[in-house]
Design a protein around this ligand. Structure first.
Ligand SMILES: [Zn+2]
Length: 1053
């Protein structure tokens, strides 16, 4: 071929920088195919790709969603299931995808550009030229198995969704909002009855219609190499040119070139029943059509108005309906980005008999708000806060630009003019000038005077029973029609499809790609500086430390500064709990719920909680209190603020007020108890969480915070506390006082300040306001951080004698398990790198456990936890028809690999190493995350700086023998009776079988109820109330019992 002049096939449409965060956006378009490429360049180790197709369909067939799954089953040149994921696994990458009502996005997350560049063309070929076989549709979409049951990956996924209250209400609302010629009306995930008859050809046809380069946007965030990117895309387009039709000049842009929804002609209120045994509370959704999402001013106005109406406990809807009238446990809101946006309100936890009343109350309240002048000061506060939050998200969220660019691609102008709105936040300036009349006109136009659609979601036990019976009858009828021969044929068809799908990938195919280097992974550098007692950990020679030393006041307060070029200050107060009495530990979640929501004394006068919230909202971008687990300390508490640098001193002064001057108001405390109690029934239905909680109860001391904050503690503790606060409020208040005193001491405190240190005024002296409080005795030594392993009880230190426990739960129709054994005890254990590689190997997507368990339908997933701080290892089974079978299959797989009977797959070892690299990049993907990692490594774990990267070097040198040793010595014991304990939660019908299998395996086995693991932490029911308390317990058990009688019907059949 003669060298024809390289014509740029990708035209640069525009490039610009956003003026509120360090990001440059560049837009290209392919002159040949019309494919769009939009890159948001930002610093960091990760590159994220979102390959987005605008998709529109006018039925519930599920073609869009099933296609999303089938894309991963192979492509024209690579006809192997799992090839893409195996390849991605070796290139520091992860793939994923989602299907929305208006688009499908395929994601590629990678550490470093080189890995991304390697996977990109292979991935795109899968998207544009997938190999959609009939066999893949059988396993991935839907099939009838040899027992006559419906199965298939997508089918099971939708089965878990279709009858949930959210889905039923949302779908009914959309049916009322949109006529039949509008795509937003349909369930693109696929309705079960439609999935049962969906043909492979319908899916292929949908692919042909929608998956064309001219309907595809390659959206990338991160440090992309533009020249390399365009070269890869040009080569890709060249490689597919014979397989795709030329761009169609008459191609209709989904949604944009389709009919638009007509305005609502009337208001509709409808009741939708959802299956639920507990008929006490329901939900409501209310939908209004709003302005176009592409109009920045109008869209931002919706955001601000919704924050004003229901953004927090002080906003008018929440404050009236939740705090004062207690008609709902919350009123949440969101809006869908569309040419005609939909604005949603959702009151939750509404008493069933009040559903209609609460819906009317919401509407009348909206009209009332619109009829009087608004609180313009507060609306301006909402505007400023919204703007601060957008800036913070732009700086630190991986999704911020992607979400905005996807919306623009779907509904914006293709010439790039609407994309350009990402350049500035000038819409806020426009809105800053809006007066009361403009805001109220806007509220009236779109919301309070507008027609709407309301759905009252009503729980129905009868519907639950009817659905179950209907489903059973359908399956029974089918079985009868098919007969044993018919069923056997179906089973054979399924087995055949599996064999074809699982065709092994020859090693030489994968060898075409070399494992990419790690040079292109650019970690974010955060420089550590220390003051006060933190200096004892060592002082580095860097600019930040010099700044801090120059500003030092000699204060002993433990502060670690992390210096990164952020526009914000991330401030964390990290507290230990070693001086807190055990009896107060269950109060901590309640204390946290009230921490930012209580009246305080400030400058000598009492501020009510509304005023506190308003002022905190004004002075911060966000705030949070909770477990310090994010800092790697499961036994501590962390209080975090994100603020602008000029609010640094202000927030320290607030911290002082909140730590020492909260007024424990029994009314507020009781309200928090009631809300917390309302959440418990739902939490107790969660089989995965309950298995985890019971595992904690078996292995941890009660003084462990992990143990004290369990739902199974709250279930009994909070109920008794509610009675106590009604009778003796002063007792409960005095306990909270004690708890506060035990927490806020000098010896418990460590501070992490992440900021552009040079921009902080008085970085150290600012803390003097706090330090002068007499409760803080700065002569005390800072207490060590309690390691998780110190909280283990005897069983936890040497698991195995407890054996196993099976907990039947009427709310489950599958099973979950947690197995626990001794693990690695120390970060300096030389076996650590091999252990990490072994776990990465076993857990790989399309790896050995994936195939043994998920591939055989034994569970949706299995995983290991690696709690080095706790010194234990856990193996978990998630959503399984029989958890004991999943455990057994996993054990066999590990045993074969550990003994060498089954050789290690070289490509999977490479993948395991690569997954560790990806994990390290992922946990420090933003400036604040990188800073936090430094704190975890040096302060919490006491390791050398750069420890993470040393491990990365060491995992590369791990040998196959070392991997097998780690599997045999550290991992295999988690499957062995006498060395491990097993907790199983399951549907009652499974109990017998579980007990039998576990006993046969050699585990001592018992059956228990959830309430067996209740712990009241010594809070006894008052004597006169004793009977009442028992009644309550019984009520609860009876409601479970009545459900059981429903499932007895099933057994009779
Ligand atoms: Zn799916």
């Amino acid at each position: 071929m003669t060298s024809e002049p390289q014509r740029a096939r990708f035209r640069k449409v525009q490039g610009f920088s956003s003026d509120y965060a360090p990001t440059t956006i560049t837009q290209y378009v392919s002159e040949r195919s019309g494919m769009q490429v939009i890159v948001a360049n930002r610093k960091g180790p990760k590159i994220n790709g979102y390959f987005t197709l605008a998709t529109e369909i006018f039925d519930d067939s599920g073609a869009p969603h099933t296609l999303e799954h089938l894309i991963f089953m192979g492509s024209k040149s690579y006809k192997y299931k799992g090839l893409l994921d195996k390849l991605a696994g070796r290139a520091y990458s992860n793939t994923n995808a989602w299907t929305a009502v208006d688009h499908t996005a395929y994601t590629l997350e990678t550490a470093g550009w080189d890995g991304f560049a390697q996977i990109l063309p292979v991935y795109l070929e899968h998207v544009i030229l997938p190999n959609i076989t009939d066999e893949a549709c059988i396993t991935e979409v839907h099939h009838v198995d040899g027992n006559g049951n419906d199965a298939g990956v997508v089918y099971s996924e939708m089965q878990a969704l279709q009858y949930s209250s959210n889905e039923l209400m949302d779908l009914r609302a959309r049916r009322l909002l949109y006529p039949e010629n509008i795509g937003f009306r349909y369930e693109t995930g696929g309705m079960m009855e439609a999935l049962r008859v969906l043909s492979p050809d319908r899916i292929r046809e949908f692919h042909r219609a929608m998956y064309q380069p001219q309907n595809l946007a390659i959206i990338i965030t991160g440090a992309a190499d533009h020249d390399d990117l365009l070269r890869i895309l040009e080569d890709f387009e060249e490689s597919i040119k014979d397989d795709i039709p030329p761009p169609n000049p008459n191609f209709k842009r989904p949604f944009m070139d389709s009919p638009q929804p007509p305005p609502l002609e009337k208001t509709t209120v409808e009741t939708v029943e959802f299956p639920e045994e507990d008929e006490s509370t329901g939900e409501i959704v209310v939908a209004f059509f709003g302005p176009s999402c592409i109009d920045q001013v109008q869209g931002t106005a919706v955001n601000i108005l919704m924050t004003y109406l229901c953004g927090s406990s002080v906003s008018v809807i929440e404050n009236t309906m939740v705090e004062k009238e207690q008609l709902a446990s919350s009123v949440s809101y969101w809006w869908d980005s569309r040419p005609n946006t939909v604005i949603w309100f959702q009151p939750t936890g509404v008493a069933t008999e009040k559903l209609a009343f609460v819906e009317q109350r919401l509407i009348s309240l909206l009209k009332e708000v619109a009829s009087k002048p608004l609180d313009m000061d507060y609306i301006k506060e909402c505007l400023q806060r919204e703007k601060r939050q957008v800036k913070l998200q732009a700086e630190q969220s991986e999704q911020f630009y992607a979400t905005n660019i996807i919306t623009d691609y779907l509904f914006g102008k293709r010439d790039g003019s609407t994309l350009r709105d990402l350049e500035s936040l000038k819409e806020y300036d426009v809105l800053e000038a809006w007066n009361d009349e403009q805001w109220r006109d806007f509220l009236k136009k779109w919301i309070s005077d507008a027609h709407h659609v309301s759905i009252l979601g009503k729980p129905s036990m009868q519907l639950a029973t009817a659905l179950k019976a209907g489903e059973e009858a359908r399956i029974a009828k089918r079985k009868e029609e098919l007969g044993p021969d018919g069923l056997a044929k179906l089973q054979e068809k399924l087995e055949n499809a599996k064999t074809i799908n699982e065709k092994p990938i020859p090693p030489e195919v994968l060898d075409q790609w070399a494992v990419p280097g790690t040079e292109s992974i650019h970690f974010i550098e955060s420089a550590t500086a220390r003051s006060g007692n933190a200096r004892a950990l060592g002082v580095l020679d860097n600019a930040a430390q010099k700044t801090i030393d120059a500003a030092s006041t000699g204060s002993p307060l433990f502060i670690q500064f992390e210096d990164v070029p952020t526009n914000f200050v991330h401030l964390t107060l990290h507290l230990g709990m070693s001086e807190t009495a055990v009896k107060y530990k269950p109060l901590l979640t309640l204390f946290a719920d009230n921490f930012f929501n209580s009246p305080v004394m400030r400058d000598g006068k009492r501020l009510e909680f509304e005023e506190v919230v308003k002022q905190l909202e004004k002075d911060t971008v966000s705030y949070h209190i909770g477990s310090a687990s994010r800092l790697g300390d499961y036994e501590g508490v962390s209080i975090q603020f994100q603020v602008e640098p000029e609010k640094y001193k202000t927030i320290i002064s607030w911290l002082h007020t909140l730590m020492f001057d909260i007024i424990f108001d029994p009314v507020r405390i009781k309200a928090a108890i009631v809300k917390a109690l309302a959440d418990i029934p739902e939490l107790k239905r969660d089989g995965r969480m309950m298995a985890q909680e019971i595992d904690l109860a078996i292995h941890f001391k009660p003084e462990s915070y992990l143990s004290a904050k369990r739902t199974l503690v709250k279930a009994v503790y909070l109920r008794r506390l509610k009675k106590l606060i009604e009778k003796e409020p002063e007792t409960v208040v005095s306990w909270l006082e004690e708890l506060r005193k035990s927490l806020f001491t000098f010896q418990n405190m460590r501070v992490l300040v992440t900021a552009d240190v040079a921009k902080l005024s008085d970085p150290v002296a600012a803390w003097d306001t706090l330090m002068k409080n007499p409760a803080l005795d700065s002569s005390k030594e800072v207490l060590p951080i309690i390691s998780l392993s110190a909280m283990l009880n005897d069983e936890g230190r040497a698991p195995g004698s407890f054996g196993s426990v099976v907990i039947p739960m009427t709310t489950l129709d599958s099973s979950y398990s947690v197995s626990t054994a001794i693990g690695l005890q120390s970060y300096s254990d030389p076996r650590l790198p091999a252990f990490l590689v072994a776990l990465g190997y076993l857990e790989a997507v399309e790896g050995p456990l994936w195939n043994a368990v998920r591939g055989n339908g034994l569970a949706y997933g299995v995983s290991f936890s690696r709690e080095i701080d706790g010194g234990y290892i856990q193996f978990k089974v998630y959503r399984s028809p029989d958890a004991t079978k999943a455990i057994e299959a996993s054990r066999n797989t590990v045993a074969k690999l550990a003994s060498g009977e089954e050789p290690l797959d070289r490509h999977l070892v490479e993948g395991a190493v690569s997954s560790i690299v990806f994990g390290v990049a992922d946990e420090q993907s933003t400036m604040s995350a990188a800073a936090q990692q430094n704190y975890i490594i040096s302060v919490v774990r006491g390791l050398e700086p750069g420890w993470n990267r040393n491990v990365l070097a060491r995992v590369r040198k791990v040998t196959e023998d070392e991997i097998r040793d780690a599997m045999r010595d550290i991992i295999l014991p988690v499957f062995e009776p006498g060395k491990s304990n097993v907790v199983v939660t399951c549907a009652p019908i499974m109990e017998e079988n579980m007990v039998k299998t576990l006993s046969e395996r050699g585990y001592k086995t018992q059956v228990q109820t959830l309430s067996h693991f209740y712990d009241d932490y010594g809070l006894k029911a008052g004597e006169e109330d004793g009977d009442e308390e028992e009644d309550e317990d019984e009520d609860e058990d009876m409601s479970e019992g009545s459900f059981e009688s429903g499932s007895d019907d099933e057994d009779d059949e």
